[in-house]
Design a protein around this ligand. Structure first.
Ligand code: ADP
Length: 463
């Protein structure tokens, strides 16, 4: 089962945050510990100096006497701090000894320190060691003190509390950072996954045929916005296709209805004996059958071209030569109607599908022939505009109403319907032209004036 984006993102970020916190805590711990023990050791030396100097102060040079009461006070104070002292006079006689003063208290304190250090620094392997210091007053040695404390260093209760609270703070920071990162991950993942889920939902609906669905392109993440845009584009294309499909079915039905109903009524009248089956009536029937056949043929061609639009077989084409060859193929028809064709202008070369381009020229020329009265002229003007080239085909035919101009490239559209039935057009020729030109990345436009003539301009990119 694949993981959701949210949990994948959350677990990855959380893992990164946790690793970072652990590494930082570990390094901080080592660093702080080292600095702290240095500090504690220095503090210890300082304390010993203070003990020694305050002990020395208790000797009176004038009376050559020690203030035993004060010695004891200093001794007890030092004991509670973890220093067990024994003070001697200059003759080596014991003046005050913590051990003999209160052995159980001394043992209790030593035990507490040893246990604390064993717990905090199990690998330190320390023990109580005694060091002797001279007691000096006014430059003269007046006695000696032996100070016993846990070495190489020891922590008192406050120090341990300090270290513990430091660790607690580190743990709290780690927890807070993990929580914060979890929250950020959650928000971030939601931001990414919400539009993706919306897109998935929209795509599902599109797949079910709801092509009118559109996504609001509101995501602030570029890739997701792009995805939303593409889905909308896809839905738009599908919607157009669907409309075209429905339109095509309706159009085909509509186009077939007229010849079929004519055929039906003729044949019915003839079989029921109302009409005699004269050769003229049979010829009319045949005409309708031919019309249906042509319509189906044209339709097949358009469908093939629209389906093949993406598969153009391009090669270098000499546009002038192509037009000349196509015109030659129409020689008989031109002669029949007494029309002349003039070709002028440049002779550019371009990359195009030769056969398809021939079809463009043929369809346009066939229209010009169809809609021109005999004796008129048709002109091809070829142009070369650097990156693009093309031609204009101009006739002096019937022309097209300005209201009808915008629709003539649509399938089945026939201007001047009654008249067109006679010319045998099915309204597909220009749809094929537009389809091929667009597949080449080109453009086809028309200018026309009723009863004066029409000019179709085809522009194609050279590459
Ligand atoms: P058709 O098979 O009916 O000619 P087209 O798609 O080729 O179908 O053309 C659509 C309509 O445009 C035609 O019915 C006609 O009315 C008009 N048309 C096209 N070319 C010309 C032209 N050269 N002169 C006048 N009308 C034209």
């Amino acid at each position: 089962m694949p993981k959701s984006l949210k949990s994948q993102l959350t677990s990855t970020i959380l893992a990164i945050v946790l690793i970072t916190i652990i590494v930082i805590s570990f390094l901080a711990n080592i660093f702080i510990n080292r600095k702290f023990t240095d500090y504690v050791a220095r503090q210890q030396e300082l304390k010993i100096q203070i003990i020694v100097s305050s002990l020395s102060e208790q000797y009176s040079a004038s009376t050559e006497q020690w203030d035993i009461q004060y010695l004891q006070a200093i001794g007890m104070f030092s004991l509670y701090e973890g220093y067990i002292i024994r003070v001697y006079d200059k003759g080596g006689n014991t003046l005050w000894d913590a051990m003999s003063h209160d052995m159980s208290l001394c043992n209790q304190i030593m035990d507490k320190i040893s246990r604390r250090m064993e717990l905090e620094y199990p690998r330190l392997d320390g023990e109580f060691v005694s060091t002797d210091y001279d007691l000096v007053k006014d430059g003269k040695a007046v006695g000696m003190v032996s100070i016993s404390c846990f070495g190489p260093f020891f922590l008192n209760e406050n120090d341990v509390n300090f270290l513990h609270s430091l660790n607690t703070i580190l743990i709290i920071i780690a927890l807070a950072a993990s929580l914060a990162s979890l929250l950020v991950c959650h928000i971030m993942a939601a931001r990414i996954s919400r539009p993706i889920l919306k897109t998935v939902d929209a795509t599902r609906q599109i797949a079910e045929g709801k092509y009118e669905i559109r996504l609001e392109e509101e995501s602030r993440i570029r890739e997701i916005k792009l995805l939303e845009g593409t889905i909308n584009h896809l839905a738009g294309s599908l919607e157009t296709l669907e409309r075209m499909r429905k339109q095509l079915t309706a159009d085909v039905a509509h186009e077939l209805r007229t010849p079929i109903s004519i055929l039906q009524s003729y044949l019915e009248a003839m079989t029921e004996g109302i009409w005699e089956a004269t050769s003229e009536r049979l010829a009319s029937c045949q005409e309708e059958v031919v019309r249906i056949g042509k319509l189906v043929g044209d339709l097949e061609q358009l469908t093939r071209i629209e389906a093949d639009n993406l598969k153009l077989e391009k090669s270098e084409v000499d546009l002038r030569l192509l037009i000349e060859k196509t015109v030659n193929a129409f020689e008989a028809e031109l002669k029949d109607k007494g029309l002349t064709v003039t070709i002028s202008g440049a002779s550019p070369h371009l990359m195009a599908d030769n056969d398809r381009l021939k079809q463009v020229v043929a369809n346009l020329l066939s229209n010009s022939i169809k809609y021109s009265d005999s004796g008129k002229s048709i002109y091809f003007e070829i142009f070369d505009a650097g990156k693009s080239c093309g031609f204009v085909i101009r006739d002096m035919g019937t022309g097209i109403d300005s209201e009808e101009l915008p629709f003539i490239f649509e399938r089945f559209y026939r201007a001047d319907k009654s008249r067109n039935r006679n010319t045998g057009g099915s309204g597909i020729g220009l749809a094929i032209v537009k389809s091929i030109v667009h597949a080449h990345g080109g453009e086809v436009t028309v200018q026309s004036e009723k009863n004066a003539g029409s000019a179709f301009t085809v522009t194609l990119p050279k590459k």
